[in-house]
Design a protein around this ligand. Structure first.
Ligand SMILES: *Cc1c(COP(=O)(O)O)cnc(C)c1O
Length: 407
């Protein structure tokens, strides 16, 4: 099946000109907006007269024009009716789940998720709201279905799991969720453009735009892409998690990120190309490498069926060095002697970022849960950048591998 290429939707979306006709939109720095006819204030306040209904913006925490324009770009990227941006990826995830659940409700979630999301589900929500989560192997569809109770409100998963790189079967999960009358929420941070979760059946798509979408590791940002009704719920003046908890995106951040969306396709292609080449070559050297673009990856066929093939299999691979000591020796050499990349958490940067997942971005997990999710102590996650030439980077990588005795 040929999947949508989000670039076509994005190119058909109305372009917002700047206040003076500039090719770029303006940054709206005001926190409050003039109501030209004071009689309309009640309608504006109850959400009946927004900027698209002849009313106006109310207040910057509610809607800001610059953030609203970036949000429209995100809705086009994900093919959803609406979207709104947030101060971080975690704000997008927590606001979404808290909006879907009342106290003592239940979530079924993948057991291989970003560490912050794991802490939200495993520690924070149960302690403060009574919302509980069953963590399951999301590739085991029978286990997902068996975990659903009468209190379950959502299935939550990452499209590409961090850091295990297992792929969620979004169409099958969507079928299960909808049969039980609950929502499927997908974190698409690892695979913007590659996977379109909404097209595949998800109800709500969340992003950490801090990663590939920003691409420069200089902004913390997030987004929630959904139907207009859900975005309105998040903005409700009494019960909206974005309106009341207030994780608002700064308009200058929205402006900066909006200028990177046009070259996101070029960047994703090059991230994907280089990661594919490195993964194949590392495998040929006999190393324990995992990447969805490799034939022997357990979800290679599934990913091939679900993705938009123009962008490959993503920009992240993992290399299992066996022990944490060996992994750290390799990382130090790669950074400090060979200039291959940086030992840092996060991903989607123009340079390569590398970290040992078990002791960094997944350190929130208990040893038992790490084991269940297959996160071994020597597992190195690499987000492959596109600076320098491919052959130059490959030489740096192989020389360091040989120095630690891995090849
Ligand atoms: C980084 C990350 C998050 C959290 O995003 P922030 O912008 O740091 O709040 C959530 N999900 C995934 C998959 C991530 O990689």
């Amino acid at each position: 099946m040929k999947h949508r290429n989000p670039v076509e939707t994005m190119a058909n979306t109305r372009h917002e000109f700047g206040e003076h006709g500039g090719v770029n939109m303006s940054v709206e720095a005001s926190t409050t907006f003039t109501v030209l006819s004071s009689g309309t204030m009640p309608e504006i306040f109850c959400g009946e007269k927004g900027p698209d209904q002849g009313g106006c913006y109310l207040y910057g925490r509610h809607f800001n024009p610059t953030v609203y324009n970036l949000s429209k770009q995100l809705a086009a990227l994900e093919g959803t009716e609406a979207a709104y941006c947030t101060a971080s990826g975690m704000a997008a995830i927590s606001a979404t789940l808290m909006q879907l659940c009342d106290a003592d409700d239940h979530i079924v979630a993948s057991n291989a998720v970003y560490g912050g999301t794991y802490a939200l589900l495993h520690d924070l929500l149960p302690a403060t709201t009574g919302i509980s989560t069953s963590l399951v192997d999301i590739t085991d569809l029978a286990a997902v279905e068996a975990a659903i109770t009468t209190r379950t409100r959502a299935i939550y998963t990452e499209s590409v799991a961090n850091p295990t790189l297992r792929i969620a079967n979004i169409p099958a999960l969507s079928e299960i969720a909808h049969r039980h009358g609950i929502k499927l929420v997908v974190d698409n941070t690892f695979s913007p453009l590659l996977l379109s979760p909404k097209e595949l059946g998800a109800d709500i798509v969340v992003h950490s735009m801090t990663k590939f979408i920003s691409g420069a590791s200089d902004h913390i940002a997030g987004a929630i892409c959904a139907n207009g009704d859900f975005i309105q719920q998040l903005m409700d003046l009494h019960t909206g998690m974005l309106m009341i908890l207030g994780p608002t995106m700064d308009p200058q951040t929205a402006f900066n990120i909006s200028l990177r969306i046009p070259h996101l396709p070029l960047r994703m292609k090059e991230h994907g190309h280089r990661t594919q080449v490195f993964a194949e070559r590392l495998q040929t050297l006999g190393l324990t490498v995992s990447y969805p673009g490799l034939d022997n990856h357990p979800d290679h066929d599934l990913f091939s069926e679900l993705h938009c093939s123009d962008y490959g299999y993503g920009g992240v691979l993992t290399l299992d060095m066996g022990t944490e000591v060996l992994a750290n020796r390799l990382l130090d050499l790669l950074q400090n002697e060979y200039h291959f990349g940086y030992v840092a958490v996060s991903l989607g940067y123009f340079d390569t970022l590398m970290s040992c997942s078990g002791s960094s971005t997944s350190s929130e997990m208990t040893e038992e849960d790490k084991l269940a999710a297959n996160i071994s102590p020597g597992l190195v996650r690499m987000s492959i950048g596109y600076t320098g030439t491919l052959e130059q980077r490959w030489l740096q990588l192989t020389e360091a591998l040989s120095r630690v005795g891995a090849t």
